[in-house]
Design a protein around this ligand. Structure first.
Ligand code: HEM
Length: 524
């Protein structure tokens, strides 16, 4: 069971942002025009501008050669740095008849995002939409586009996006943190040294799934119990299955679907996800109906809000809740894993963090969301972890509505862009000493602060991450409490943990850390 969880956490591509393999991660529609310079009167200037034909170009064979023979397939984040050295901050990547313009500098990324469409798009999501179309399931925030997406986000944002919205989940999150800490005690006790937490990624995956489920479904699903309930385990397995078979499905032609097992397994993964989510949603609907029938007030948390206070159809609710759930697990859990890993290697940072938390939260009191507002160092630690390990290392935009000029080049509408967040986060011009974990670079204490576009781990603008505030709340509350209880130390047998790109950035090995109990603190 644990192995399965670990597999789904660290061993899968979880292509929730762009469900495509390398060739199509670089996906884009063919930009119109050839190498000729463009006359861009439409953009308010009659000057002749350079076009994509003037850019350095990476061709399909080079993409494949680097991925397969130079070993970048699992290290696509590092490829960003390598390609910037070769081609500079802007270049074109072609795979077959598709092209994408890669932006690999903070200035160009900022320029593009500031010119983003009214209804921004990340590009082709057909891998996810196909199943929904076959089964007549609604689209969610990832898969929806255009004005329909905009309306959906307006509803989803309401109880999620603003920091004050996330505060209402504080009690739920703290309950999950309590159970997670109990689990840490349990694991330590059964470890050979009495203080070791083995396979931290796996444990954090369980924590994140329990956390996001309890917020979305208002129901505990038992991920932190010693024996995970069967339906929950089936659900976890379904997520793993869907992600595992995404890649083979994309890589094999459609006519093989009835012959090879991939498509069937991929579909059965989705079926398991929607079955579990559907049952929990149906249970909630019955509960709401009972309250309505007995004239009781219908208040409550996120799902109740979606079901009772919005015009969303059940079909839309199913689609959205499943996508929120998928987006909210690997991202949060891996960010926490990298944070603990760095803290274990930086005792001084850990000490400063401990002092701040102890100063703000006295004795056995459980930290609240309000406490977090007085803990700039805590926030800086997470921000720095996300800078060094932006779990979503690459992003994309397709400019669907208008032509655009970026970096002095003209691009017709429908051009796709790839944004190289990882290499920008590690650019020493943007972040001096980029390979050092330095939370203080984020403090507002008079020092020059980094370029705000240097690290945008949750994306930018109206299409930015809807779960940001929830993810932050989960991470802050868990980290604050764990730090009060334990000093984290590395396990020498683990060595230097390297980063693998499985769409989100994961550890290249099992991470074990010692959780040394601090004296006299047992905050449960
Ligand atoms: C550390 C945790 C997380 C990180 C780093 C993260 C990062 C991101 C990024 C980079 C995007 C793309 C934004 C853009 O294109 O501008 C995104 C989108 C999204 N995230 Fe998150 N995310 C996290 C946690 C969550 C959680 C907990 C949820 C669910 C509650 C969630 C739900 C979503 C959804 C639904 C989208 C798609 C939004 C849209 O297209 O309208 N994320 N996230």
């Amino acid at each position: 069971m644990a192995a399965r969880l670990a597999f789904s956490c660290a061993g899968q591509r979880s292509p929730w942002l762009r469900p495509k393999p390398i060739s199509t991660v670089l996906d884009c529609r063919r930009a119109a025009g050839g190498n000729a310079t463009a006359s861009v009167g439409v953009l308010g200037s009659s000057a002749n501008l350079k076009t994509h034909g003037d850019l350095p170009q990476i061709r399909t064979w080079e993409v494949l050669y680097r991925a397969v023979f130079k070993g970048y397939l699992n290290r696509l984040h590092e490829l960003q740095i390598y390609e910037k050295q070769l081609y500079g901050p802007i270049y074109k990547v072609s795979t077959g008849s598709r092209h994408s313009i890669t932006l690999n500098s903070v200035e160009l990324v900022e320029e593009l995002l500031r010119k983003d469409d009214k209804f921004p798009s990340r590009g082709d999501m057909s891998l996810w939409t196909e199943f929904r179309d076959i089964k007549d399931i609604g689209y969610g925030p990832f898969t929806e586009e255009g004005e329909r997406w905009y309306k959906l986000r307006a509803v989803l944002n309401k109880r999620m996006l603003h920091p004050k919205d996330s505060v209402q989940y504080e009690t739920v999150v703290n309950e999950v943190v309590t159970d997670f800490i109990k689990r840490i005690y349990h694991i330590r006790k059964t470890s050979p040294t009495g203080d070791l937490v083995e396979n931290l990624s796996n444990e954090l995956y369980r924590f994140s799934l329990e956390g996001i489920s309890s917020i979305l479904f208002e129901t505990r699903i038992g991920c932190l119990e010693n024996e995970i309930p069967k339906e929950t385990q089936d659900f976890i397995d379904s997520i793993a299955k869907m992600f595992t078979y995404s890649m083979p499905v994309v890589l094999t032609p459609k006519w093989t679907r009835n012959i090879l097992p991939f498509w069937r397994r991929y579909i059965s993964g989705w079926e398991g996800i929607f079955k579990f989510a559907g049952q929990l949603i149906d249970m909630k609907m019955d509960a709401i109906q009972r309250r309505v029938d007995t004239d009781q007030e219908v208040g409550g948390e996120y799902l109740t809000y979606l079901l009772s206070s919005t015009n969303m159809t059940n079909k839309e609710v199913y689609g959205s809740v499943a996508e929120l759930l998928l987006a909210g697990v690997d991202t949060t859990s891996n960010t926490m894993m990298w944070t603990f890993y760095q803290l274990s290697r930086e005792p001084k940072v850990q000490e400063s963090l401990y002092h701040e938390i102890n100063h703000c939260v006295k004795g056995d009191r459980i930290p609240t969301a309000q406490d977090v507002t007085n803990m700039p160092y805590l926030k800086a630690v997470i921000k720095e972890a996300l800078r060094m390990y932006p779990v979503v290392p690459i992003n994309a935009r397709r400019m669907s509505e208008k032509d655009v000029i970026i970096g002095g080049y003209f691009f017709p509408k429908k051009t796709s862009f790839t944004l190289c967040h990882y290499s920008i986060c590690h650019d020493e011009k943007v972040f001096p000493e980029p390979s050092k974990f330095k939370p203080e670079r984020w403090l507002r204490d008079g020092r020059t602060r980094p370029n705000p576009f240097g690290s945008i781990p949750f994306g930018f603008g109206v299409r930015g991450c809807v779960g940001r505030r929830i993810a932050e709340l989960e991470m802050y509350l868990a980290l604050a409490r764990i730090m009060k209880l334990f000093e984290i130390r590395p396990d020498p047998t683990v060595g230097d943990v390297k980063v693998l790109n499985r769409t989100v950035l994961v550890a290249d090995r099992q991470v074990n850390l010692h959780f040394m109990e601090r004296n006299g603190n047992t905050v449960l």
